[in-house]
Design a protein around this ligand. Sequence first.
Ligand code: ANZ
Length: 802
Amino acid sequence: MREYNPNAIEKKWQKIWDDEETFKAVIDKDKKKFYPLVEFPYPSGQGLHVGHPRPYTALDIVARKRRLEGENVIYPMGWDAFGLPTENYAIKNHIHPAIVTRDNIKNFKSQMKSIGFSFDWSREINTTDPNYYKWSQWIFIQLYKHGLAYKKEMPINWCPSCKIGLANEEVVDGKCERCGSDVTHKVKNQWMLKITKYADRLIDDLDDVDYEEKIKTQQKNWIGRSYGAEIDFKLKDKDYKLNVYTTRPDTIFGATYMVIAPEHPMLEKFKDDIKNLDKVKEYQTFAKKKSDFERSELSKEKTGVKLDGISAINPVNGKEVPIWISDYVLISYGTGAIMAVPAHDERDFEFAKKFDMPIIPVIDNGDEELPTISNDKGLMINSDFLNGLSVDEAKAKMIEYVEDNEIGFAKVNYKLRDWVFSRQRYWGEPIPMIYCQEHGWVPEKEENLPIELPEVESYEVTDDGESPLSKIDDFVNTTCPICGKPSKRETDTMPQWAGSSWYYLRYTDPNNSKDIASKENLEYFTPVDWYNGGMEHTTLHLLYSRFWHKFLYDIGKVPTKEPYQKRTSHGMILGEDHQKMSKSRGNVVNPDDIVRDYGADTLRVYEMFIGDFRSTAPWSDEGVKGCRKYLERVFNLYELVEDGEEYSKDLEILINQTIKKVSDDYESLKYNTAIAALMSLLNEFRNKGTITKKDYKTYLILLNPVAPHLTEELWEEIGFEGELNQASWPIYDKSKLEYDTIELPVQVNGKVRTKLNISKDADQEDAVSKAENDKNIQKYIDGKDIFKVIYVPGKILNLLVK
Ligand code: ANZ
């Protein structure tokens, strides 16, 4: 056995692919295009992690296979390079973030190249390049011009440690997603994007795309559309209507009290009427300390204060109901006030139990014991004119009632909030807006874009939380694009999600200086046919980019309604200890080490063989070694090759089956079972001892997408025509997918005793041994001697015994 030395082979082929621009995509209208996309990384100082190559390899396999099938594949890569870690590193080490970014990109790129991904490097993009962010700024201006960007003073999630405003999505369990500190609130004037205007389309258009179901569900839940009604409850003896949002207008006869958020404006308005105002104020301070997340946790102990001196009237039965303040009602959702129906809502139930309030069941679902929280099956009771109706009928009837009586109306609500788009940081795209005393906010003239980030002495946020740009007079002081009078530039920058919201468009035409990308390129290459990424991006990046895309569609900039036709997700790779890989745990595996010690092809095979692509999988050095062994066997397969332009007769079916399996599996994220099938075909080759050139050729092509360097090398070595990447993907013969089996009648002493399922070409030894193992035959031959065998393949087997 000769020694497999992947390093030399891999460098050689990587150079050839680079020199020949093998994977460069050019418009070719005669060919079907295929646009696979993986999420471009944030080029951190840590370099590539073994988690990165998992999705990159997976779609590289699909990209390479589709090229062999004759498709015109555009598989691009770039850098999502604005963001906090780089900025924090720059602050700490006094290096310009642009330099940190450049060095990190260099490292990432050489790591990626060493793994042999078939990226079209001529389309590389970098979100921090002014030629790129010019267009992020341009898109912002269009959003502004279409009324989708506005400035608003509002409480934002504030990380006291990073000194940055966070989007809701960046707050995880009440903590800053980046540094883990407790998030507080701060009122700031922020640029906002009206993603809520697109809420319906972001839900409804999911019907037209092929996303994994769990991704669709998460997006829908995040947007959180619910159908209900707003209903007015008059305050007793006051000219004021307390307006509630409910998804269950049917349960109104069971509303025994009301709850308003501690921030509800009514409290200020009636402060003179509230007798226990001190308690109320105390409670408001207490609630302020908690995040919305903590406040809405179901399991948490309910707290609240009953307003003394003020109450409301249930509009359907005229009964007086008390009003409470409690933090389980959020000011930011619905109307910030609810009618509480403790018999049928879990939170209300807990609250009513704790504070000893009446619980009136209004739905009879047949349970012996009322009330019951399971609340949408059964007929209405205790509900006057709704009695006897089903829940759905009662909902409709109550909405009709409140509308007729002008005490409310049907209402659709969303959990989705507008997108806080301002960051008070340095390392982001400057928001291209100017404030003029006379004209208010005015967008920068488009011909002046990009507004480049100026040099600053310090990248640190000012103590009052303003962007470091606010300290650069040259940057701040400008003139109004409308009247030319002295004006001030916006100093906030965009969030990290900006550049990634449209990058897949730029790949189609990365150097265009006149447009985000030309119409021709967009029409040919978009939409992305297959986008793979992490589940953690489902409600952030994926939703944001769908929003921007829809907006660009509305203004005629892109030809499709949706950016991504298909979306899949991968599982994380864990350390050998089954924990998430992290520096502090010391369980991080560096892909460079694997490439150096075992080769890129081994890394690729292992990353795909590690387990089901969608599931998390622990790293295993033993597993890597096993994959290396497999490739060593492939490397020595040439020893078995003899001339022959057809498949080996006895392998024909297995080869056809393997082509089918591998082709299907590569397209359906089943990389591990595809590789298993290739491993078992290799074993069959070795068992047999010799294979034909066609057997070999087919094997190399099938394995090529996973182990591209080794297979190219073997292809060249044996002298097949051209380079493997120019070959054609094998097509299986449908008529040769199954062994021909027949029902073979088996006689004992001339009498048919059974029928065996057996290949029509089975040899005599095979047929007899199968017959001997058959229960029906054993009865007649046990303890006897087979003295003669008559066998006509495909026809009959006769055993003569005595
Ligand atoms: C009465 C009722 C009876 C309710 C019942 C539910 C079940 P989704 O589906 O999430 O939209 N709610 C309304 N505004 C709220 C706020 N600002 N903070 C906390 N809870 C609020 O849920 C809507 C339901 O959540 C509403 O319907 C309201 O309680 C509550 F058997 O009204 B319901």
